[in-house]
Design a protein around this ligand. Structure first.
Ligand code: CUA
Length: 349
């Protein structure tokens, strides 16, 4: 019922501004989204299997085509001035029979190689070393990613959203859950796809061997804004990652000036706190992304918009302009309150 009410509304909201929006929203997440650009061992295994698949499928295609050509070549010919020879129908023709047999045999043998290669790849992925791995709980929501970094001690835990920072060279174990419908986590440069299914916990692991930004995307249709459920894996040298994680573990920074102080008052006095958390304040709701360090993220709304003051203000004023159907409602604020709020959120690094 809700979806039926939302859809016409959402369509009406998107229709006039589609082109401008598309331009604004495209290329927001700049990292590579390329399954052939492996940045770690898991993706390299899958890349190798893909190359073999292309080679074998091409070989099967050629075997079938060659079999067909040879069979046609060896078949009896008709002549223009003779009546068609119908006596060959039902007669066993050895030449064409053999060429069909050969191409079927070669195809089966090649496809068996593919089966074996799939099993070998699967085992290699299952056996990849997970020593000294970091663990991140990833929960899919319509339409954003909740991240909970899990350390050895409770004090090591912290929350983030949509941007996964990971250390280069260290395995990462991701535990996948969903809060609503089925989503699918896919960072082609690092690992294969894995579904997030409500009521279940799945795990996947990867390792980034090169620093960089790797684009990810929800790969399972999960509703109206499925296409705008992107995220990014940011692989950093270990020291840089440790510094980032240490900063994330701290509560949100205190406002440093009058504007950000006012921004915090606006935040705590508005409906923001019914969905969002900012560590160190009374805001502790977990319905929407944790905002304790939102100023350090490069995008907002799961890769939908760049995290700049102008875009952030427009997003807060009316998220439905950018992501029709998203759960975040519009927030009406005076111009001064809005710029103070945006300054405060920007200061949360
Ligand atoms: Cu989440 Cu598609």
């Amino acid at each position: 019922m809700r979806a039926r009410r939302l859809l016409p509304l959402a369509l009406a909201a998107t229709a006039p501004a589609t082109t401008a929006l598309a331009q604004q929203r495209s290329a927001v997440v700049p990292g590579a989204h390329d399954a052939l650009l492996a940045a770690g061992p898991q993706a390299a295994h899958i890349g190798a299997l893909w190359n073999l698949t292309v080679f074998i499928c091409t070989a099967v295609f050629c075997a079938v085509l060659i079999g067909l050509i040879v069979a046609l070549w060896r078949s009896g010919r008709g002549r223009e001035n003779l009546a068609p020879d119908l006596s060959s129908i039902g007669r066993h023709e050895r030449g064409p029979y053999l060429s069909v047999l050969w191409s079927v045999g070669v195809s089966i043998a090649l496809l068996l190689v593919l089966v074996a290669a799939s099993v070998v790849t699967d085992r290699a992925l299952a056996r990849a070393s997970l020593d000294n791995a970091i663990t991140i709980d990833v929960t899919g929501h319509q339409w954003w990613w909740e991240l909970k970094y899990r350390g050895d001690a409770p004090a090591d835990n912290f929350n983030a959203a949509n941007e996964l920072h990971v250390p280069v060279g260290r395995p990462v174990v991701v535990r996948l859950k969903s809060d609503d419908v089925i989503h699918s986590l896919w960072v082609p440069s690092l690992a294969g796809k894995k579904d997030l299914i409500p009521g279940r916990t799945a795990t996947m692991s990867f390792r980034a061997d090169r620093p960089g930004r790797y684009r990810g995307q929800c790969a399972e249709f999960c509703g109206f804004q499925h296409a705008f459920m992107a995220f990014e894996v940011i692989a950093e040298p270990p020291a840089q990652y440790d510094a980032w994680a240490a900063a994330q573990r701290r509560p949100a920074p205190e406002p440093a000036d009058a504007t950000t102080r006012r921004g915090r008052d606006v935040f705590l006095g508005s409906t923001c706190i019914m969905c969002h958390a900012v560590e160190g304040t009374v805001a502790a709701a977990r319905k929407g992304p944790d905002l304790s360090h939102v100023g350090g993220r490069s995008t907002i709304a799961a890769g939908t918009l760049p995290n700049r003051p102008a875009e952030l203000a427009r997003w807060i004023a009316n998220p439905q302009d950018f992501k029709p159907g998203a759960n975040m409602p519009a927030t009406a604020l005076s111009e001064d309150d809005m710029s103070a709020l945006v300054a405060y959120l920007g200061s949360l690094k």
